[in-house]
Design a protein around this ligand. Structure first.
Ligand code: SF4
Length: 229
């Protein structure tokens, strides 16, 4: 297991304003500039990962490092895989200190976007780090709770977190009783090598989603349930 906490948070002001749909010359832009400066001075994105090996596979289960995960889609995606990388990445808890000092709804919304971009820095760092350190080729990811309901149930965050032990002590992320993560801009999942790139979005029918990475393929899901393995 390795903790990566030396991640530089660099946000370009133009990119932030574009995401917020704010005019560069507006008064809001000045407030956002101040907010970003404060945020950048304390923000510490972090991530943790573990290299694990698949020990066993059932019809819709996979035993990874002694922990059983249940998802037919995960099972099929890992059919020819032996080594995987489990991870939790986060924007860090530091920005919640600023959130707690304001009840201004707009500021909270801007901060949430900054937190999202900090999480993006964390994920990008981990992507690059794993590819470099383990000489990985093409990889795909799956995340509990991502995509259509039951693709890989969000409750499986519990098993995933159990691989790491006390994730709160390690990188400040904890699970609520409903298996959401705190800080809210955190993500957990599994990287695996793949010949054909997989995105949960391919199996997600949500019509409007700014985060969509691949078109919905309404025929793809049934291919996972054909009795091919
Ligand atoms: S379309 Fe949006 S909600 Fe659905 S899996 Fe992709 S990012 Fe998630």
């Amino acid at each position: 297991m390795e903790v990566l906490n030396d991640i530089v948070f660099q946000v370009d002001m133009d990119t932030l304003l574009a995401r917020l749909h704010i005019d560069k010359k507006s008064e809001d832009a000045k407030d956002i500039q101040h907010l970003l400066q404060s945020a950048a001075s304390i923000c510490k994105p972090k991530t943790i990962y573990e290299v694990s090996y698949i020990q066993d596979k059932g019809h819709n289960t996979v035993n990874i490092g002694g922990v059983i995960f249940t998802s037919r889609v995960l099972r099929v995606n890992l059919d020819k895989v032996e080594r995987v990388f489990l991870y939790v990445a986060t924007c860090g808890r530091e920005l919640d200190e600023i959130v707690a000092t304001t009840d201004d709804f707009m500021k909270q919304f801007w901060l949430d976007t900054i937190k999202e971009m900090a999480l993006g820095s964390s994920i990008k760092y981990l992507d690059d780090y794993l590819k470099r350190k383990y000489a990985l080729g093409q990889v795909s990811k799956m995340n509990p709770g991502s995509g259509a309901k039951d693709l890989w149930p969000i409750e499986e965050q519990k098993q995933l977190f159990s691989i790491f032990g006390n994730v709160k002590d390690l990188i400040g992320v904890e699970l609520t009783d409903s298996f959401l993560m705190v800080p809210n801009k955190s993500v957990s999942g599994i990287y695996f090598p793949t010949e054909i790139r997989f995105e949960s979005c391919q199996l997600c029918p949500r019509e409007v989603c700014p985060g969509r990475k691949a078109p919905y393929d309404k025929n793809l899901l049934e291919t996972y349930y054909r009795d091919r393995i």
